[in-house]
Design a protein around this ligand. Structure first.
Ligand code: TXA
Ligand code: MG
Length: 350
């Protein structure tokens, strides 16, 4: 299929034409990639099982890994879920629209194809201006996983989407760079206390201000955890760059020494280091040193992470050595993604 790339221009008449086209595409069961504040989403009508099947096919994703429904207003939630627990209402007040997905008991309206056959459904209300405009115009819950081929890093730029999905979707909406850069926090509110199944921009600490009993699934951060994951998505290989990637932890000085040792050991290979503003000048002999951002500004690090992984692929790197971050606050979400990119390989020198 020929994919149309749409860029909203801020011209009312033209933009209305685009919105009508997008609405029609969704209504006819087509696929539209749109930007959100976290990562780009591969959208289809969330009430149409055929659209859901198309999403799985376009991504090459196993169909037991459920999709998130995206809505424009809180009131749309009522028809999609059985009930809204009090704690979820508080989270909605505080964090919606924004990068928080919540898992609810699903209503009968939602096809099995969307939930992977589960009796729960994930819903989120994005804060991205364009996403919100589109969702309002369409007035349907839109099922949208991250707009990457399954297993690749989530797309944070239109170029990433084109790389993965050109020819596989009807429309790609170009919205520039995603600000948050890692996917939404997933919070299961069907259990009491609620539990974080995927860490994101909204941190454990943020959520504990709503309910201090909220916890996090240990499997999200502990690379050695062998428990069955609570969220289907956690069991699949993710964010895997083509290169062999290893993460390094522990104190900064020791981490730098260890990475340098590994650069030296692999001098016949093409090596990249994922570093920070504070440490990027410390390495010699690496083919590529990418500055993810300042250690004092983890928002910046998160927003650059997936782009950096894709860049390593483009450069044909053989090995990636990634600096670790303290697994607290947003640092924990960054480490969750890094460890997946490294297939759990971490070298600690404390
Ligand atoms: O930021 C985001 O959440 C992005 C943007 C596009 O909104 N979307 C996204 O979707 O990351 P996806 O499909 O790539 O990740 C959804 C995650 C998966 O790990 C999936 O297993 C989990 O949420 N999930 C969805 N429904 C679930 C459910 N009912 N129970 C448990 N986990 C669920
Ligand atoms: Mg994804």
């Amino acid at each position: 299929m020929k994919t149309e790339i749409i860029k909203f221009k801020g011209n009312e008449i033209e933009d209305k034409k685009y919105l009508d086209k997008i609405k029609k595409t969704f209504e006819q069961g087509g696929l539209v990639v749109f930007p959100t504040e976290t990562v780009y989403g591969l959208g289809g009508n969330g009430l149409d099982k055929e659209a859901a099947k198309k999403i799985y096919a376009a991504k090459g994703r196993p169909s037991d890994n459920p999709l998130i429904l995206h809505i424009a207003e809180n009131s749309q939630l009522d028809n999609l879920v059985e009930d809204i627990p009090e704690v979820a209402k508080k989270c909605m007040d505080k964090f919606w629209p924004g990068p928080l997905t919540m898992i609810f008991k699903r209503s009968k309206l939602i096809p099995d194809e969307v939930t992977g056959g589960l009796d729960t459904v994930a819903v989120r209300e994005p804060s991205h201006n364009l996403a919100n405009k589109i969702l309002k115009a369409v007035n349907l819950p839109i099922a949208a996983p991250s707009a990457n081929i399954s297993g690749r890093p989530s797309p944070t730029k239109t170029e990433h989407v084109i790389e993965d999905l050109d020819g596989r979707v009807d429309i790609i909406v170009d919205g520039g760079k995603s600000v948050v850069g890692i996917e939404s926090t997933v919070l299961d509110v069907t259990v009491n206390p609620p539990i974080i199944l995927r860490p994101g921009k909204i941190t454990l600490e943020d959520l504990q201000k709503i309910d201090s009993d909220i916890t996090i699934d240990q499997g999200t951060i502990d690379a050695t955890n062998k428990q069955v994951p609570k969220s289907p998505g956690q069991k699949y290989k993710h964010y895997a760059p083509r290169a062999e990637a290893i993460c390094f932890g522990g104190g900064i000085e020791k981490m730098i020494l260890e990475i340098q040792k590994n650069i030296d050991k692999n001098n016949e290979k093409k090596v990249a280091v994922l570093a920070s503003t504070e440490t990027m000048d410390k390495y010699t002999g690496a083919d590529l040193v990418i500055n993810l951002g300042s250690r004092d500004n983890l928002e910046e690090v998160a927003s650059n992470l997936f782009d950096a992984l894709r860049h390593c692929d483009e450069e044909g790197v053989d090995m990636i050595f990634a600096e670790g971050f303290e697994p607290m606050g947003l640092g924990l979400s960054i480490m969750n993604r890094l460890l997946k990119a490294c297939s759990g390989r971490i070298i600690m020198r404390i």
